[in-house]
Design a protein around this ligand. Structure first.
Ligand SMILES: NC(=O)c1ccc[n+]([C@@H]2O[C@H](COP(=O)([O-])OP(=O)(O)OC[C@H]3O[C@@H](n4cnc5c(N)ncnc54)[C@H](OP(=O)(O)O)[C@@H]3O)[C@@H](O)[C@H]2O)c1
Length: 258
């Protein structure tokens, strides 16, 4: 069989980059996408290896055309997609009482409409071939809403509801649909959230991180590769009976029963 093909969003940094690395190492060809051509070229170069094809496409998940652009690029390059990692940047910080209608529309495009649209475009081939893996990078806010991330809590919860519904719809066709739930994984996004918390609280970023880590039973932030390991496992053949789940990678931070 030829190599499986994985499409990875937000693949130039943090969780997306680590997921792309794991999928490359487990034999996938890759289409990487995000907003910056230069960063994409650098990411593709890092993943290049003999016998592996890595392509890139520029798209902004906040743009209504993004899903069409990415799906077309993937099918043009490879003619198939087996693994779809739904991931891009997060929405702006906002408390619930700061949410606006325009802001909510933008967050829904970024967090729900584009991922649903992209999945819908790539799903028919997965169903026909009897194999597919849809994996969404979510946030702990879908389990325990985060006060300062109202857009994220709201938009991602809609996506989780759709993914859970989809999982049941395609379960008999070899396509699994799962979410991974990062707690606090050390990436540029988390560094910028910590910086904005420090500014809001009138303290420094090290102080924010120290307090944040103290609230995590494992006593530290996670590493991107610790989340990517789960992505790699869920994308594999042996995970074929796991679907409709969301699994936290959070050092024990979430308090609720799963
Ligand atoms: N790290 C965590 O602990 C954590 C926790 C909860 C949720 N999350 C969520 O997980 C996702 C990945 O986070 P991360 O920590 O890996 O962030 P990151 O290190 O900042 O990486 C974000 C990636 O997404 C790309 N991106 C940003 N905005 C985009 C857009 N509108 N369209 C397409 N690509 C876009 C970025 O590249 P360009 O900027 O060049 O486009 C980059 O490749 C985010 O949605 C984040 O909110 C992360």
């Amino acid at each position: 069989m030829s190599a499986r093909v994985a499409v990875v969003g937000g693949a130039t940094s943090g969780l997306g980059a680590a997921s792309a690395r794991v999928l490359a190492d487990s034999g996938h060809d890759l289409l990487l996408w995000s907003r910056d051509a230069g960063r994409l070229a650098a990411a593709a170069e890092q993943l290049a290896a003999p016998g592996r094809t890595v392509r890139t496409v520029v798209a902004d998940a906040g743009d209504p055309d993004a899903a069409a652009v990415v799906a077309e690029a993937a099918l043009d390059a490879f003619g198939r997609v087996d693994v779809l990692v739904l991931n891009a940047g997060g929405p702006p910080v906002a408390r619930a009482d700061e949410v606006t209608a325009d802001g909510l529309r933008a967050a829904f495009q970024l967090l729900a409409v584009t991922p649903v649209d992209l999945t819908t475009r790539l799903l028919p081939g997965m169903r026909e071939r009897g194999f597919g893996r849809v994996l969404a990078v979510l946030s702990s806010g879908v389990r325990e809403p985060i006060d300062t991330l109202a857009y994220s809590n709201t938009g991602r919860s809609a996506l989780v509801a759709w993914l859970k519904t989809l999982a049941r719809t395609v379960a008999a066709e070899g396509v699994t649909v799962n979410g991974v739930v990062p707690g606090r994984i050390a990436t540029p996004r988390v560094a910028s959230l910590d910086a904005s918390a420090a500014e809001r609280q009138g303290t420094d970023v090290e102080d924010v991180r120290r307090r944040s880590e103290a609230a995590i039973p494992a006593g530290r932030y996670g590493r991107p590769e610790e989340l990517a390991a789960l992505v790699g496992f869920l994308a594999s053949d042996v995970a074929g009976y796991i679907t409709g789940t969301t699994t936290a990678v959070d050092g024990g931070a979430l308090r609720g029963l799963p």
